[in-house]
Write a protein that binds this ligand. Structure first.
Ligand code: PGA
Length: 253
């Protein structure tokens, strides 16, 4: 059995005060982490504030990190620092990072290696544009992204990371992939990992769906056999909606 995960990606939203208000209203209500992993990924400057108040069952993640250990990289954050302040997860390769901040399949791969070196769990994002979907190239495109992301990772390392399938056309648009579309591509990703590693790894790795997930569609998504949770943008900003998503994931497991 794969334990479900709900991860909230706040992107560039919320001030420190708003974030603290959120954390105080959710940290006592988050279900037991034995049954569901609940993660919030705030902007970097308030990571430590949230880690200090995460409580027993909520965990905190970064939205990105740099692939080098330290150096002259103005504005960037290292995995060593994330580990040092108690961050447990990091999103890597979000499509917005790939589009606006020049992240490539190669830098995504380096970042995954670096995160795992510091025992931070990567949530690795892959997903196709509308153009690629309309050309019926989704499977080939996403499979290639997964292979490049996992380059030179061992079986044990891969078992410890999380993949998020996020079709770009569904992010922040209100257009969710149908549960069947999400399931089909996620099943393809699982098959790629089974072929690259082993059936045991393919069976163990958690694969999330992301793209306009909200309380109204989470149950149908979670009902799909290969979908292990969600990476959520907009709906994770509201404490009540976020808790509803976490409860739905827990109940589906
Ligand atoms: P959305 O964002 O839920 O607002 O579509 C998802 C994401 O970007 O991870």
């Amino acid at each position: 059995m794969r334990k479900p995960i709900i991860a909230g990606n706040w992107k560039m939203h919320k001030t420190r005060d708003e974030a603290l208000q959120f954390i105080f209203s959710v940290n006592v209500k988050v279900p037991n982490k034995t049954y569901v992993e609940t993660v919030v990924c705030p902007p970097a400057p308030i990571l430590r504030d949230l880690v200090k108040r995460q409580g027993d069952h909520l965990r905190i993640g970064a939205q990105t990190m740099h692939e080098e250990s330290e150096g002259a990289f103005t504005g960037e954050v290292s995995a060593a620092l994330l580990e040092n302040i108690g961050v447990d997860y990091t999103i890597i390769g979000h499509s917005e990072r790939r589009e606006h901040f020049n992240e490539t399949d190669q830098s995504v791969n380096k970042k995954i290696h670096q995160a795992l070196r510091y025992e931070i769990i990567p949530i690795v994002c892959v997903g196709e544009s509308l153009e690629i979907r309309e050309q019926n190239e989704t499977d080939a495109y996403v499979s290639a992204q997964v292979k490049k992301a996992l380059h030179n990772l061992s079986e044990t390392q891969v078992k410890n990371l999380v993949i998020a399938y996020e079709p770009i056309w569904a992010i922040g648009t209100g257009k969710t992939a149908t549960p069947e579309q999400a399931e089909e591509t996620i099943k393809t990703i699982r098959r790629v990992i089974t072929t690259l590693y082993s059936p045991a790894v393919g069976d163990a790795i958690r694969i999330l769906y992301g793209g306009s997930v909200k309380p109204g569609n989470i149950d149908d998504l979670m009902a799909q056999p290969d979908i292990d949770g969600a990476l959520v943008g907009g709906a994770s900003l509201n404490a009540q909606d976020f808790l509803t998503l976490v409860e739905a994931a827990k109940n589906a497991s």
